[in-house]
Design a protein around this ligand. Structure first.
Ligand code: BYC
Length: 324
């Protein structure tokens, strides 16, 4: 089984659950102290936690290129972007904490494999053009997924998403800017840009999750407005937005069956290899072990910092109590 099958509590037909659903249907925001079904709380912890972990693990493939960025300006921009991802992780962990789970608990669930992070970060970043492709495609897919989440029903999550989306738009543009430089550069640079698109296209399509027929959580999450669109709806929007951008760059989307469908007003395109997707989310992608090993190492080696900060906080609190 590839999904955690968190109990979503759909059978809850108590008066409280009915009143709760009426609030959701009326577009009200749910706040931390409000009554909520246990399944709603658990689903949010799963989704927000997974999102937070994606931001943190997502720093690794890009961090790989900070020391090798081609100019000082590119290095400063990439450094700032990677730092933004850490910030996004922190807003999201804070949003998850309002649901009664601690950041340490969430981290431990990531580190021992009980929680997931986005499949995309299990692919390697082999050349500088990959920094362009990640910004353009990965942040582009993230924006497509996250803009509707600004209207999600849980207040702290929706407010975190507003801030994150502003920064993601900048990230997407810096990626496209790298792609523009490469695609209009030397033959070797153009080849590198095409190769990055070839490798990141299908993994980017996978970011939206399995096709609707295999999505186990969509129906309940959409009824609760934890999710605003289905996986396939967002994937289609992403393809429709991205194909003209690839054409503008003079690059070819690696899909021989890609074509405009006048009737539906969108592109027909090939599905990603779903068996690859399920292998990646089960932990068998090209970089899963490397990514988790890096996060475990950082957690273990940072223990003394966490201990020191806690000791300092305790000392300050004790001094304050004596003074009072
Ligand atoms: N990777 O029933 P489904 C970012 C799992 S961008 C891994 O459709 P759901 C960033 C799913 O969790 C990425 N796992 O699930 C960008 C479930 O398993 P569990 C983060 C995936 O939750 C740039 C199972 O498959 N964005 O952070 O309704 C730079 C069944 O799927 C994936 C978000 O997390 C995947 N791609 O829909 C830096 C956005 N797809 O949990 C950082 C918020 C599916 O039962 N999240 N699975 O074990 C969402 O919108 C939804 O969680 C998803 C999945 C669309 C991802």
């Amino acid at each position: 089984m590839y999904a955690q099958m968190v109990e979503s509590g759909t059978s809850d037909d108590s008066a409280e659950a009915e009143a709760f659903q009426r609030r959701i249907d009326a577009g009200e925001k749910i706040e931390p102290k409000d009554w909520m079904p246990e399944g709603y709380r658990k689903t949010l912890i799963r989704q927000i936690g997974q999102h937070a972990h994606s931001e943190i693990v997502g720093q690794l493939p890009e961090g790989n290129w900070i020391t090798r960025a081609p100019t000082l300006e590119r290095k400063a921009i990439l450094l700032a972007k990677v730092q933004d991802e850490a910030g996004h992780g922190l807003y999201l962990y804070c949003a998850a904490e309002t649901l009664g789970v601690s950041r340490d608990e969430l981290t431990e669930m990531l580190l021992d494999g009980r929680m997931k992070y986005s499949s995309i970060f299990n692919y390697p970043t082999l050349t500088w053009a990959d920094m362009g492709a990640v910004g353009w495609l990965v942040d582009g897919a993230a924006i497509m997924n996250q803009v509707p989440l600004q209207r999600t029903s849980y207040g702290p999550y929706s407010r975190a998403m507003i801030r994150i989306c502003k920064e993601e738009s900048f990230h997407q543009r810096q990626g496209f800017d790298i792609m523009m430089k490469m695609a209009n550069g030397t033959e070797a640079q153009k080849k590198m840009a095409q190769d990055a698109l070839d490798r990141f296209w299908y993994p980017s399509l996978m970011m939206f999750g399995p096709s609707d027929k295999d999505s186990v959580h969509s129906a309940q999450s959409m009824a609760w407005k934890i999710k605003m669109n289905t996986n396939d709806e967002l994937r289609q929007k992403f393809v429709d937005q991205t194909v003209p951008q690839a054409e503008y760059l003079g690059l070819a989307v690696p899909d021989p069956d890609l074509r405009w469908n006048e009737t539906k007003g969108g592109y027909d395109f090939s599905e990603p290899d779903w068996s690859e997707f399920f292998e990646v989310i089960k932990g068998n992608g090209p970089c899963n072990r490397e990514r988790l090993a890096a996060r475990n190492k950082a957690w273990d080696e940072g223990k003394w910092v966490r201990d020191a900060m806690l000791a300092h906080a305790r000392k300050k609190r004790a001094a304050k109590m004596v003074a009072e």
